[in-house]
Every structure is written in structure tokens, then in C-alpha cells.
Design a protein around this ligand. Structure first.
Ligand code: 8YV
Length: 346
């Protein structure tokens, strides 16, 4: 009798031609429609799966994998993986992978676009024009803030932060950054970025861009106290995760002239956006699309597919997924059946 093929669950419709590559190795359970799952539905979908290809919308932790005795790998389509409880997955011998590098430049492009739109009030100006408010040309219409010659603060100086810094030096901006650890001198020189303490970054930036990974320590890092340290003329751009900013404190600062403007691609309760934010004139709001060029989204799915195939011990790179998040779980994933038996409490 032939061994049954491993089963994989693909949580959202992605690109059929790329996801189709999984079919050479696995029985694939794909999803036709964009779906919002309850935790119980995620647990159900994982129950008989050996692997899963998921997006940031699927939260997977101890509860969701409790009944998933065969599960050995989760390939996340995205560089951020705060939707996954890595501790719980590692303890269960499940490999998690993400999609770094392939989205760096596209996401940095978007961060810069959002920064420019925010500083120069581009979406606000278009709305105003479309509303028929442009009745006569006036010298003082919709005056914004310059990028050139200003100080850009970058909070989180990983690959995307560095991409934004490189773009900023082309705009003659002075670039400050704050990061968990200071970057090697060579990278500081190449990106023309200067390390600053957190408070200095807040107080000196004319424009502040958030590009740090979300973690419990980063939750509401930009709160009322942090916002109070910023210049009232400053702008804030968030392309990281919504939870880094206390949105109510942000709304208060924007509504009361303590911050000039904000550009947000991510939200605490996305896809729900607070009505208080929607009501403000001085915010640019986009629906979590920073990595969303067609080529990059395809590259992300392709890398996730490669990761899943290799993490489940198939293909040319069997056992060596290109971008694992918890490589320490790799050995365990290979001893698949042993782990499965352990997880079932046998
Ligand atoms: C993705 C992102 O679109 O990579 C990330 O961390 O936030 C976005 O680029 C998202 O993760 C899709 O799952």
C-alpha cells in the first residue's frame, strides 16, 4: 500500500499558479474565498494537516494546534509573524517560516510614498478638489511640510528601515534611527543614518516612520507620553503593525494640534478602522498594502511555498526551508511521527 501524501491547508486564495506547485508533493486543501476564520475554525482546519500556508489574518497559538497531531510546518506569507505563537509552535516541534527580503524594497517604496503623501497632504488635497472646494487659486492652500532638508526618524532599523534610510538620503534628509541594537558602522555609513536614543528620536524627528516588528514590548510604544515628546509640526507614519501605536492617543494628538499629520497602513483592529481616525482630515489611511506590488506579493507566496515544501521534507531543499523563523524546530519536524505521538499524549 502506498503511503498517503501529506496534507496541507492554504488559508486564503493566493496565486493559483504558484500555490499549485504544492500539488506535486501534497494533497492541498485550498480556500476559494477570502475568509475570516474564528480560532475554532483555524483549529479545525489544522486538525488533519501536516502543513499550512497562512497569512497574517490567521492567528495560531497553543489552542489552535492542540488537536493538530500531524502538523509539522506553518509557512507564513509575510515578514512579520506576530500572528504565530512561536514559543508554542517550537515546543510542539512545528517549524514556522516567513518571507523576508523579497518584500524589502517594495515595502520601503510604499513607506516613502506614505511619508510624502502625509507630509504634502496629497490625499487630503485630492479629496478637497473632488469635493468641489477649489473655487479660486490661493497662495495658502493646503500648505504641507518639506521632506528635503528635514530630519527623518526611523524606529526599527531592519532591512525595510534601511531601505527607507537609503531613499531618504536621496532626498537630502538627515536620518536618525533607533533600534534594539546599534547597527555596524559600515551599515550606518552606507545608509547615512545616525543612531539616536528613543527620546531623542522622538524629539528631533520632523517625520517619524515606524518599521519595527510587533512584540509585547512594542505594544503601544507610541503612546500619549511618546507623542508628547514629538514636535507638534511632525508627521508619523506606521507601516509596521497597528498595535505599536495607541490609536486613541494618536487621534487626540492629531485633533488637538500636537501632531501635524499621520500616515497609517496598519491598525489596531484591522480591517476595522476607528471612526475617530476616519473623521480626521490630517491622516492618510491605506489598507495594509505596503508590500502590495503584484511582483512582490507573488514573490512572497513563492517563497512561502518553497518554505513549506522544504520544511515538510520534500523537494530539492528537503529539510532546509530557506527562511525558517524557529530553525531549532527543524529536527523535530523531521521526526514527524514521534512528535505527533508525543502531542497526542501517547
Ligand atoms: C503582508 C506584512 O501583506 O509582511 C508583512 O509582515 O504585513 C505584509 O507584507 C502580510 O503579512 C500578508 O500576510
Amino acid at each position: 500500500m502506498t503511503e498517503p501524501r501529506p496534507r496541507v491547508w492554504v488559508s486564503q486564495p493566493l496565486f493559483d499558479d504558484i500555490v499549485g506547485r504544492l500539488k506535486a508533493h501534497f494533497d492541498v486543501r485550498a480556500t476559494e474565498d477570502v475568509t475570516e476564520y474564528t480560532p475554532a475554525q483555524v483549529a479545525d482546519a489544522l486538525r488533519d494537516a501536516d502543513g499550512a500556508l497562512v497569512t497574517l489574518n490567521e492567528r495560531i497559538g497553543a489552542d489552535e494546534i492542540a488537536g493538530a497531531a500531524r502538523l509539522r510546518a506553518i509557512a507564513n506569507v509575510g515578514v512579520g509573524y506576530n500572528n504565530l505563537d512561536i514559543g508554542a509552535l517550537t515546543a510542539a516541534g512545528i517549524v514556522a517560516t516567513n518571507t523576508p527580503d523579497v518584500l524589502t524594497e517594495t515595502t520601503a517604496d510604499f513607506g516613502f510614498a506614505l511619508l510624502m503623501a502625509t507630509a504634502r497632504r496629497i490625499t487630503e488635497a485630492e479629496r478637497w478638489l473632488r469635493e468641489g472646494q477649489w473655487r479660486q487659486w490661493s497662495f495658502g492652500t493646503l500648505l504641507g511640510a518639506d521632506l528635503h532638508g528635514s530630519t527623518l526618524g526611523i524606529l526599527g532599523m531592519g532591512r525595510i528601515g534601511q531601505g527607507i534610510a537609503r531613499r531618504a538620503s536621496g532626498f537630502d534628509m538627515r536620518v536618525l534611527y533607533h533600534n534594539r541594537s546599534r547597527l555596524p558602522e559600515g551599515i550606518e555609513r552606507e545608509t547615512r543614518a545616525t543612531y539616536a536614543g528613543f527620546d531623542d528620536l522622538l524629539s528631533q524627528s520632523d517625520h517619524l516612520v515606524l518599521v519595527l516588528p510587533y512584540s509585547p514590548q512594542a505594544h503601544h510604544l507610541i503612546d500619549a507620553a511618546a507623542l508628547a515628546k514629538m514636535k507638534p509640526t511632525a508627521t508619523l507614519v506606521n507601516i509596521a503593525r497597528g498595535g505599536i501605536v495607541d490609536e486613541l492617543a494618536l487621534v487626540d494628538a492629531l485633533a488637538n494640534g500636537r501632531l501635524a499629520a499621520a500616515g497609517l497602513d496598519v491598525y489596531e483592529g484591522e480591517p476595522v478602522v476607528r471612526p475617530e481616525l476616519l473623521a480626521l482630515r490630517n491622516v492618510v489611511l491605506t489598507p495594509h498594502i505596503a508590500s502590495g506590488s503584484l511582483a512582490t506579493r507573488r514573490a512572497m507566496v513563492s517563497l512561502a511555498v518553497d518554505n513549506l515544501i522544504a520544511a515538510l521534507g520534500e523537494g530539492d531543499a528537503a529539510g532546509h526551508p530557506p527562511t525558517p523563523v524557529n530553525p531549532e524546530a527543524l529536527g523535530a519536524a523531521h521526526a514527524g511521527n514521534i512528535i505527533a505521538t508525543k502531542r497526542q499524549g501517547a
